[in-house]
Design a protein around this ligand. Structure first.
Ligand SMILES: NC(=O)c1ccc[n+]([C@@H]2O[C@H](COP(=O)([O-])OP(=O)(O)OC[C@H]3O[C@@H](n4cnc5c(N)ncnc54)[C@H](OP(=O)(O)O)[C@@H]3O)[C@@H](O)[C@H]2O)c1
Length: 295
């Protein structure tokens, strides 16, 4: 596949996976590995090492996941050089603000055993209902991320769970627009308003819970489509996201499922099937939103 323009993002084939280019020229793989809960009843280091072996090069963690040490250990012990791995972490809600974000970043680096991140995100915007000053809190947290970017300690910066109103407010004070917005994104929950806004401003979307945390895997429409392509429903969900220029972040502790979740580059969903999936009614959403987060 040559260079093509995809929802505002240039995508091209780089060894195993196609690449998505951020506004500052940094390339991210078209699919990443989600690490939330990878250590629940498992050895998180083993899981992340298996993901690297399976071919994942974009690893998503967060201070709130409390697994940064395990992720860092996996990277250290793996045969893949650090500079071939794209590592993301996120500032926790309790650390919002300029100084505390800079401190939280240093703590994440220490736990991860690295001296830079490829992508650093604000995990959730400040809550409008509980923080009158939410615009300023987000602006100050963002100012810290801009500093980390300028110092080269974060190669790219972005946000997570920001809806259109948070992005519009942030754009009024920001020097640099977020390069990424990581939101819940799967068939039945594509959050079209924020998706459209991000595509319009060249902000790449990463999709969390791209399988709806399994809640969409029994959907009859998705099963019918999967049968037609001789693929699994999970592969259909992930391919759909990739064709929309969204980077899905599937999580699995199972090496076979890890492999099948990135084995999605030998088929293309037709326009008609893309539209069918886009028109699904609300299905499988987590119910989490910036307005009801209490952690
Ligand atoms: N920014 C945020 O606020 C936010 C919020 C939530 C999540 N995230 C990120 O997004 C990542 C993914 O989201 P998620 O973990 O909520 O959900 P997900 O990736 O949609 O689903 C994970 C679930 O699907 C199962 N699974 C994986 N591949 C499968 C397959 N091929 N067939 C059947 N089942 C499969 C997994 O089980 P096994 O492990 O047993 O395979 C696990 O139970 C997280 O790990 C995290 O990095 C970010």
């Amino acid at each position: 596949m040559g260079n093509i323009l995809f929802g505002g993002n240039k995508i091209f084939r780089l060894w195993k996976m196609e690449n998505v280019i951020l506004a500052n020229g940094i390339g991210l793989p078209a699919v990443g590995f989600g690490s939330y809960k990878v250590s629940e009843g498992q050895d998180g280091t083993r899981v992340v090492k298996d993901a690297l072996l399976a071919g994942y090069r974009l690893i998503d963690t967060a201070a709130m996941y409390k697994n940064e040490e395990q992720v860092g250990k996996a990277i250290k012990e793996s045969v893949i050089p650090r500079n071939e791995i794209l590592l993301t972490s996120k500032v926790a809600n309790t650390d919002r603000g300029y100084d505390s974000t800079l401190r939280a970043f240093d703590e994440s680096l220490r736990r991860l055993g690295t001296d830079y991140l490829d992508l650093y995100l604000i995990h959730w915007p400040a809550d409008k209902a509980r923080e009158k000053d939410w615009r300023n809190v987000n602006a100050e947290t963002w100012r810290a991320l801009e500093r980390l970017l300028k110092e080269g300690r974060a190669r790219a910066i972005g946000v997570s769970n920001f809806m259109k109103e948070h992005l519009v407010a942030l754009s009024e004070t920001a020097d640099i627009l977020p390069m990424v917005n990581q939101i819940e994104f799967h068939p039945g929950w594509m959050q079209r308003e924020v998706y459209n806004w991000c595509v319009g401003y060249g902000i790449v979307i990463e999709g969390w819970s791209p399988l709806g945390r399994t809640r969409v895997l029994n959907d009859p429409l998705l099963i019918r489509i999967a049968e037609r392509y001789s693929k699994s429903v999970a592969q259909i969900c992930l391919r759909w996201a990739v064709q929309l220029g969204v980077i899905p972040l599937p999580k699995s502790v199972n090496p076979e499922r890890m492999k099948s979740n990135i084995d999605i580059f030998d088929f293309t969903l037709s326009e008609e099937d893309m539209k069918l999936i886009e028109s699904m009614p609300a299905t499988g959403e987590s119910g989490l939103s910036p307005d009801n987060i209490t952690f």
